[in-house]
Design a protein around this ligand. Structure first.
Ligand SMILES: Cc1cc2nc3c(=O)[nH]c(=O)nc-3n(C[C@H](O)[C@H](O)[C@H](O)COP(=O)(O)O)c2cc1C
Length: 301
């Protein structure tokens, strides 16, 4: 998976975040000024980072128009701004102003709080910002401040890591049992994983290898080399158990985003035109960075 980070930064906040992500991912990094068809060629994922400029993610439109011509490349966006990340409503409005309804669901996007640096701003930007500071009556905006922190890159990193860490298992009910689906819960240790298996193996057909694939029991519950204590030192498992009216429905975890203490997991379903009418049960299991396991989970289907 070849990844490039393209960043637009006037006073250094976005550049700092781009460098932190590049350090973690060991990937290429490019200033937006040098972004062309040729420099972007050959990458699977483009992470575009830019400053907020009067409510807009600057140059996002240019990147979106590039991506529309290169659907084989996947776009991930992050924005930095003076707004504290805790101002949820303001940040949500920024995303709805910058993305269409479809884009918001399909383009992973992350806000990373930056700050203000009057010393490095150009004359025009500095003047605009001072006027904005006066109008907003927020004294904080009159001076430089730096509220950037490396911790804000964690959700984006988690998203990049997750592609290989979403597991999809079909395990139908063994008999009729009433349950409210989707059911979701977190498993934090190898013994909890074992307990779940023991307590539910009479309920779900974990041993059935559907479509010739390895069964959930063999791949997850009885696989200590993959899901042993070492794994749980770094990760937690988020289980999402679903019931589908047709055995042909398939799922995909599109995005995971963390904001203000809650973690949203966006799962899409593909319904084939000609479906089978059998009821199916799925366990979608996500390996999450331990740091995210305490968050409140919001599952969006
Ligand atoms: C003219 C101007 C407008 C800005 N508009 C916003 C904004 O709408 N929302 C926000 O949170 N920050 C806004 N900012 C602050 C910048 O987005 C913030 O300082 C950003 O982290 C700068 O990134 P950079 O250092 O990579 O250039 C604005 C800054 C300037 C100069």
């Amino acid at each position: 998976m070849k990844i490039i980070i393209v960043y637009n930064s006037k006073t250094g906040f976005t550049k700092r975040y781009a460098e932190w992500i590049a350090e973690e991912m060991n990937c290429d990094i490019l200033p937006y000024k040098e972004f062309t068809e040729a420099t972007a060629n050959g990458f699977d994922i483009i992470i575009f980072g830019s400053r907020l400029f009067v409510g807009k993610v600057e140059y996002l439109d240019k990147i979106k128009s590039y991506i529309s011509k290169h659907p084989e490349q996947k776009l991930i966006v992050f924005a930095t701004g003076a707004t504290p990340a805790a101002e949820e409503e303001t940040i949500n409005k920024i995303w709805t102003d910058n993305f269409s309804e479809t884009e918001i669901k399909t383009i992973p996007h992350y806000y990373m709080q930056g700050g203000l640096d009057y010393g490095k701003m150009g004359f025009a930007d500095g003047t605009m910002m001072k006027v904005a500071a006066k109008l907003s009556k927020d004294p904080a905006l009159k001076k430089s401040y730096d509220i950037a922190s490396r911790k804000f890159i964690a959700p984006l990193l988690n998203h990049l890591k997750k592609d290989s860490k979403a597991f999809y298992y079909r395990a139908d009910l063994s008999g009729y049992t009433e349950a409210e689906y989707p059911v979701s819960f977190t498993v934090n240790s190898a013994s909890e994983l074992h307990d779940y298996y023991e307590n539910n193996k009479g309920k779900y057909q974990f041993d059935n290898g559907y479509y010739g694939e390895t069964s959930m029991a063999d791949d997850m519950f009885l696989n200590a080399s993959k899901f042993g204590e070492a794994f749980f030192n770094d990760y937690s498992l988020l289980f999402v158990v679903l019931e589908e009216g047709s055995g042909s429905v398939r799922h995909k975890v599109e995005s995971i985003s963390a904001e203000n203490g809650s973690l949203s997991v966006n799962i899409t379903k593909t319904r084939p035109e000609i479906g089978t009418a059998d009821i199916a049960h799925w366990h979608i299991v996500l390996a999450l960075d331990k740091s995210l396991s305490e968050m409140q989970k919001v599952i969006i289907l």
